[in-house]
Design a protein around this ligand. Structure first.
Ligand SMILES: *[C@@H]1O[C@H](CO)[C@@H](O)[C@H](O)[C@H]1NC(C)=O
Ligand SMILES: *[C@@H]1O[C@H](CO)[C@@H](O)[C@H](O)[C@H]1NC(C)=O
Ligand SMILES: *[C@@H]1O[C@H](CO)[C@@H](O)[C@H](O)[C@H]1NC(C)=O
Ligand SMILES: *[C@@H]1O[C@H](CO)[C@@H](O)[C@H](O)[C@H]1NC(C)=O
Ligand SMILES: *[C@@H]1O[C@H](CO)[C@@H](O)[C@H](O)[C@H]1NC(C)=O
Ligand SMILES: *[C@@H]1O[C@H](CO)[C@@H](O)[C@H](O)[C@H]1NC(C)=O
Ligand SMILES: *[C@@H]1O[C@H](CO)[C@@H](O)[C@H](O)[C@H]1NC(C)=O
Ligand SMILES: *[C@@H]1O[C@H](CO)[C@@H](O)[C@H](O)[C@H]1NC(C)=O
Ligand SMILES: *[C@@H]1O[C@H](CO)[C@@H](O)[C@H](O)[C@H]1NC(C)=O
Length: 422
């Protein structure tokens, strides 16, 4: 049943399977990647069982004690590889650093966006809008050279920030509308990375405010690079994010802003999905868009069967008019839904799911997981999942709610001159 390469992987797994417990103080250490044979994801010894509310490695048991033991080792380790493509990204002993921990303050400061600004070597990220009744949504700046973290001192406040995207010297933020008793109505805003000047890009559709712009991507036409478009997702659960948020006025959609011709139009309807994150492949030919319909069933965990639509990651081809056309299914999330999404220069698609940051190669194979059970403080199956992260050159920045982590990679995930710095 087992191929010799599987046995080789098992042997190496036991050689460097060093279970680690997450440190409670900030600091760095070098951890190991634990291999789990990919075969187990589709073929297990008979009499296996698994709990849909727990991760694959934590919740799956078989009649074979050595397999159970390997899965439990993986459940406690920071990085789980199903393919050497994943372990090669990190090397054998990647350096992992807990940069800041605000768990005791219960401050979910590291939650959304995760935008690398290459010319400043900074990652800009956003706090959880859902704590807006206690702490206003804030954009933070983490300088990868100095280690400094502080709020973004932009020309004016970025209200209720959510997803973001770097493009041509500006960071574009998705922004939720303010509570019904306030005048701010959300939209897409840009921040110039040199002057920190804030501008509103779009904020309405014929007078109707967006429900909650969630994420953004810029693309250019590969046949004419000066033709550029911004796609963004507008989803209805902003209303659930904080008290008194205004009710939705528009159907959930994906919009495209065409600055050349000054046209804002919806391009994917809610008949297709309830969109969340959005990213493009390095060749500008495919949009990746997760469906978060299943959020209405259970947020952090739970059976996808609660929703007819579901926790899928779709791939849309961009046609010659740069409109999303034929759709194929690229991935299916095992636990929770795919929230934050980033694509690397090799066309791998990284998504924040309840299991952690899941990496699929361009063929759609799950090659590894940045394990949330390790990176979240006292993670339980009920805890809020990691929502987003950043691919910053040779650093993966994990936004683990109350904790900010970095993991060094051997490979440059996204180069500073990449067309998809994101
Ligand atoms: C961790 O690995 C890095 C190289 O990736 C090395 O520079 C550093 O010395 C290592 N630290 C420890 C504690 O082994
Ligand atoms: C999974 O979680 C749901 C919601 O909390 C619960 O109703 C269900 O019993 C759980 N299933 C298992 C197998 O624990
Ligand atoms: C791991 O499994 C245990 C039960 O064995 C459960 O209590 C715990 O919540 C699970 N953790 C995660 C992160 O799924
Ligand atoms: C358990 O699984 C391992 C790995 O596939 C295998 O080498 C071993 O023979 C199995 N043990 C039993 C008792 O089947
Ligand atoms: C913004 O200004 C405040 C007050 O001077 C400072 O504490 C903070 O570090 C600054 N933010 C950044 C990113 O430098
Ligand atoms: C809006 O309502 C919230 C909750 O009641 C309150 O905290 C906030 O101060 C109000 N804002 C304004 C501008 O009145
Ligand atoms: C490329 O796109 C730009 C912007 O829309 C346009 O002005 C220009 O004419 C296009 N070039 C060609 C060769 O079509
Ligand atoms: C995790 O839980 C333990 C036991 O409840 C507690 O002592 C510890 O402070 C918690 N750690 C964090 C980072 O919250
Ligand atoms: C990236 O672009 C900058 C500015 O155009 C240039 O100086 C640098 O050499 C480029 N770096 C790489 C790795 O291509």
């Amino acid at each position: 049943m087992k191929s010799s390469s599987t046995l080789a992987l098992l042997a190496s797994a036991s050689a460097y399977a060093t279970p680690l417990t997450a440190p409670s103080d900030t600091g760095s250490h070098n951890a190991s990647v634990v291999f789990v044979p990919y075969e187990y994801t589709y073929l297990l010894p008979e009499t296996f069982s698994s709990n849909v509310n727990y991760t694959f490695v934590n919740g799956t048991h078989t009649s074979n004690a050595s397999i159970n033991s390997l899965l439990q080792t993986a459940a406690k380790s920071p990085l789980i590889a199903y393919d050497t493509e994943f372990s090669n990204i990190f090397g054998s002993k990647p350096e992992i650093q807990l940069v800041q921990d605000r768990t005791t303050q219960n401050d979910r400061f590291a939650f959304e966006a995760g935008v690398w600004v290459p010319e400043r070597n900074e990652v800009w990220f956003a706090s959880a809008v859902s704590q807006a009744d206690v702490r206003p949504g804030t954009v933070y700046v983490y300088n990868l050279d100095s280690g400094h973290i502080g709020p973004l001192n932009s020309s004016s406040k970025v209200h209720n920030p959510d997803g973001g995207y770097y493009f041509e010297g500006k960071v574009y933020f998705a922004s939720y509308p303010g509570p019904a008793n306030e005048t701010y109505r959300g939209g897409v805003i840009s921040v110039d990375v040199h002057t920190l000047q804030v501008e509103t890009v779009v904020n309405n559709y014929f007078g109707l405010h967006f429900n909650g712009v969630d994420d953004i991507v810029w693309v250019y036409n590969p046949a004419n690079r000066s033709e550029k478009y911004m796609f963004f997702t507008d989803l209805k659960y902003a209303q659930q994010a904080y008290p008194n948020a205004p009710p939705p006025m528009l159907p959930s959609s994906i919009y495209r802003w065409d600055p050349q011709n000054e046209i804002l139009r919806p391009v994917v309807s809610r008949n297709d999905l309830e969109p969340n994150g959005i990213r493009v492949s390095p060749d500008m030919k495919t949009l990746y868009i997760p469906d978060s319909s299943s959020i209405y069933g259970t947020l952090a965990t739970g059976p996808a069967t609660d929703s007819w639509l579901g926790p899928f990651i779709y791939a849309y081809k961009l046609d010659e008019d740069m409109l999303p056309s034929s759709r194929t299914m690229f991935g299916q999330v095992r636990q929770g839904l795919a929230d934050g999404i980033h694509v690397d220069d090799k066309g791998r698609v990284w998504t924040a799911e309840s299991e952690g940051v899941v990496c699929r190669n361009s063929k759609g194979k799950v090659i590894g997981v940045v394990n949330s059970q390790y990176f979240e403080a006292n993670k339980t199956a009920e805890a809020l999942p990691i929502a987003n992260f950043a691919l910053a050159g040779n650093t993966l920045v994990v936004l683990a709610n109350t904790r900010l982590w970095t993991i060094k990679t051997e490979e440059i995930l996204v180069g500073r001159n990449s067309t998809i710095v994101n």
